[in-house]
Design a protein around this ligand. Sequence first.
Ligand code: EPU
Length: 462
Amino acid sequence: QRQMCIRDRSNTNLTSKNVLQTDLSSKSLGSVNLDKYVIKGGCRLTGEVNISGAKNAAVAILPAVILSDSPCRIENIPDISDVKTLTYILKEMGARVEYLDLHTVEIDPRPIMTDTVSAEIARRIRASYYFIGALLGRCRNAVVPLPGGCNFGVRPIDQHLKGFVALGCDYSLDNGMISVSAQNDLHGANIYLDVVTVGATMNIMLAAVKARGLTVIENAAREPHIVDLANFLNTMGADIRGAGTDTIKIHGVQRLRGVTYSIIPDQIEAGTYMVAAAATGGDVVVKNVTPKHLESISAKLVEMGVTIEEGDDTVRVLCERPLRKCNVKTMPHPGFPTDMQPQITTLLSVAKGTSMVNESVWENNRFKYVDELRRMGAQITVDGKVAIVEGADRLKGAPVRALDLRAGAAMVIAGLVAEGTTQVEDVQYIERGYENIVEKLVELGADIYRMEEPERTLDKIG
Ligand code: EPU
């Protein structure tokens, strides 16, 4: 049964998917169809691919809109399910949300009369925790469900809470909801983060932007999406300096106004297509990117023998020779991103020689997907935070599962390389963060299509 066979490379009018993606009804979010991707491996990827707006910037900028006292227009918004969930939450809170086209949304936060985000939808995604910082900035109170998100271990929020307390808040936990509130105005503070955390850096920024006085975040994360959130808030009238370094200074302001803002390109989506191109011995121009954000990924590909040509907003990936082993250690930006770890490990599984991959960002196991890769013939052993990858001559197609967003992307790459047919199940994880991945790969010459399965409710997938 082929519900969406889209192998025709000239077919760019993929409207049925697009209509699905902009449907903001609770029904569209309350259940998912468990589509599989069916991939016949061995096609060389060639041509051009356009990168969408950055998921991890969008998921902070959308909650940040509620700090504004007039409507905001957000451009280059990725058409992915995590964004749909957040726009649904905004609507549920009372905001007026209107899509002007697939990638432009206008949000008027003025009608919002609540300090509470309801649990039902919000607990399913990690980024709902940005509503804590944003609501504190807006009205000094926030009641938000404890966050969900991809399940690759314990994901604490102690550093977020430490920041809110320093700004003058108390918090309590009741029935899965976290309540954070300040008796008086939030006030600036010096906050040293014990670990480099993207989430806490952004959440504290959101809470501090309208606090009285100066807030200094030390040991801050430096990811491109942190700079993007700071740029968005500064365009609205905030006074944030140092984003992109490990010390961020925020002078509180009284009001923020509505603006039009365009989200940066997605570093990880771009990196994923770069790796897919290399894995298939392809020649792909990855377009609408910021090459500087991709340097750590490009450097590893070059070490493996891949040719990378950088343009102003493009990166060409050309792979003509056998891939060589290399060692990779994930680090906070500007190090090699943890969100590219499953993809590069998959690439190393077909490179010549033995490579080591060290996962240093996530304490808990982000290597669970390795069992799925082994089913395809990959020779990988995992010892705690280190995977030892013996390059195999080839992978073989098999039924595998997408265990989380990036692990799912890795399974797609494995399927593109493998001999025979690979079926990737649970692709709803992949569609949290990759816009039209099937269509984009088909455009590049991959043999992949989506096969629909009966629906089940989202409650079963955390
Ligand atoms: N940590 C703490 N305490 C905290 C917060 C984090 O100990 O209060 C630890 C975590 O356990 C982890 C490390 O700090 O070991 C880094 O966590 P971070 O807070 O940076 O992660 P996050 O904000 O929850 C975001 C992305 C993830 C990405 C990480 C690291 C979003 C919505 N998620 O998560 O993206 O892996 O940063 O770069 O922005 C993905 O896109 O697939 C994804 C999982």
